[in-house]
Design a protein around this ligand. Sequence first.
Ligand SMILES: [Zn+2]
Length: 86
Amino acid sequence: MEEKECAFCGEIIKAKAVVCRFCQIDLASGQSLAQAQPPQSPETVNARSGIEDGVNLGCGMFIVLPLLILGAVILLFWILAFFSAF
Ligand SMILES: [Zn+2]
């Protein structure tokens, strides 16, 4: 196998190498894959926040739903009391 010297870290790597296995730099673009990966992390952060939003929504539903039922029951009793007055 032919070998060459990484232009970025100086380590000997295979001539066909696209990414240096020592410094993780893309030899074609010169961009570090170690730095190129972080853009994926905001998606996981968004996914986490989405889960948190879902949890918050679930908690919101647990609060709103009983209130709606309570309001409907109170309204029903109020209507029954109103009609029974006559
Ligand atoms: Zn390197």
